[in-house]
Design a protein around this ligand. Structure first.
Ligand code: 0X9
Ligand code: ZN
Length: 459
């Protein structure tokens, strides 16, 4: 689509009242403030397998991330309104406590500064030059760069999937690999089961998944680290493996991850076209963590395809989420003991419910176990986490996987973990942080699981 046609659409949608602000969303609107280089990419990205190069990879030159601290209700309410207008990419949405992180380009920066001045909002520049930070983190030039799996760098999904295939071949007693579905772009949804003992017996299940959101790279690295630990050193985890079977899905959103690797590092949603006017604006994908079928459509989920938190047309409308639902249904003889959704960033260990401020009846028990996990993480190298329900420590959001695992799949200990960092790098956590983050996270989860196993209260 040319720039001109894009502008006409932009004006039309504005006149139709589809956007409330004068800042029109650029194409590839997942970032809500996409640099102009990406304008031609709206339709060109259907094939996620095209290798990236510097000409088509979105540049974030002149982009900054601000950290804001609203000190009054008036300022906080204004921030929420700004967030809901959807024109700026809030890396961290306004929460009742804590900070708000917002990414802006040169033009938006002035408006944001006026806004912060007007509402007397304390602020600092968190990331001064996004482009420099991002350039240091580019993956290799080709989608399959032939690299071996490691945790000293981030990897393309092809490397991760090849490694999973290899695990299934080399450890057939321990590892079963499932492809539970295919994405719109034709990528596999791979899930690993790690189990000791008789194959015809089902132990209570622990389900861990990651990378719902394309830009949250650290989550897939942590999930693969956990797989590697369990498979290559099972004797270290004999108590856990005696009590539980592990089901781990390191890349829930392969299409979004590919897009983040190849085109736009800050892509969040999946990549399916909606078949509506929004496709002409280059808006694609669904927020997979708004598409699950437990209180689908409630607060904190978007109705417009251009929204960063677009929930899709109906619950489980997406191949990624319906594949998980079907897998859980097909394995209804498994009692799900615990669920951990790995996201980033912000260092939070969150409980359901996400769709309401009302707490589940067993909230205190969920918090007790979460505190055990968080204490273990902190004991490792001092990393601090917040504990609480999603609305209490972050924001309300409906249609999340954690709510569905608890509310529909009957999994008592259901959590979403926002991995590091706290915000100096945001989504762009450097690769030298992978191993320390993975180590401490797994120490936290495994310690929490030992407590769950001792209680036997998941049944
Ligand atoms: O908004 C989300 O999906 C998660 N945060 S993120 O920054 N990684 O996008 C939090 C989800 C918490 N769970 C629910 N609200 N159900
Ligand atoms: Zn996320």
């Amino acid at each position: 689509m040319t720039n001109k046609i894009w502008k006409i659409f932009c004006v039309l949608t504005f006149l139709l009242g589809l956007k409330s602000s004068t800042i029109c969303i650029p194409l590839e609107s997942d970032t809500h403030s996409e640099p102009s280089q990406s304008l031609s990419l709206g339709e060109a990205t259907a094939d996620a397998n095209v290798p990236h190069d510097s000409e088509i990879y979105s540049s974030f030159k002149g982009y900054r991330v601000y950290r804001l601290q609203a000190n009054s209700t008036k300022a906080f309410d204004a921030l929420v309104k700004l967030h809901d207008e959807g024109d700026l990419d809030f890396w961290k949405a306004p929460s009742f406590r804590g900070e708000t992180d917002i990414m802006v380009n040169g033009n938006q920066e002035k408006e944001l500064k006026d806004f912060m001045g007007f509402y007397k909002i304390d602020n600092t520049v968190l990331i001064d030059d996004l482009d420099i930070l991002m350039n240091g983190q580019r993956l290799g030039r080709l989608k399959s760069d032939g690299k071996a799996m490691s945790w000293t760098e981030y990897h393309y999904m092809e490397t991760i999937f090849d490694w999973l295939d290899g695990l299934a071949t080399f450890y057939p007693e321990l590892v079963t690999l499932y492809t539970i579905g295919m994405t719109t772009d034709g990528n596999p949804l791979k899930l690993v089961k790690i189990s000791v003992g008789r194959k015809d017996r089902h132990k209570p299940g622990v389900y861990i998944d990651a990378l719902y959101h394309g830009r949250e790279w650290i989550s897939a690295s942590v999930a693969t680290w956990i797989i590697n630990e369990l498979v290559t050193a099972p004797s270290r985890y004999s108590t856990l493996l005696k009590n539980f079977d592990f089901y781990i899905m390191p890349i829930m959103n392969p299409d979004g991850y590919a897009h983040s690797c190849n085109y736009n590092r800050l892509w969040r949603k999946s990549r399916k076209a909606s078949g509506t006017w929004a496709d002409f604006l280059g808006c694609r994908g669904v927020d997979l963590n708004r598409n699950f079928g437990f209180h689908f459509g409630g607060p904190g989920s978007g109705t417009i395809p251009c929204s960063l938190i677009y929930r899709g047309t109906h619950a489980f409308s997406e191949p990624e989420t319906s594949a998980v639902r079907d897998f859980i249904y097909e394995n209804r003889n498994v009692k799900w003991a615990a669920y951990f959704a790995l996201h980033s960033y912000g260092q939070k260990w969150m409980t359901p419910w996400g769709f309401t401020e009302v707490k589940p009846v067993d909230y205190d028990e969920l918090i007790r176990v979460a505190r055990i996990g968080v204490a273990a993480i902190e004991s490792h190298r001092g990393t601090k986490y917040d504990v609480g329900s999603a609305p209490d420590v972050l924001y309300m959001a409906s249609g999340g996987s954690d709510d569905w695992f608890k509310g529909a799949a009957g999994c008592k200990y259901s959590y979403t973990i926002e991995l590091p960092d706290y915000g100096f790098y945001g989504f762009l956590l450097p690769s030298w942080e992978i191993i320390p983050s993975a180590n401490e996270t797994w120490f936290g989860i495994s310690t929490a699981l030992r407590s769950i196993a001792r209680m036997r209260s998941y049944a």
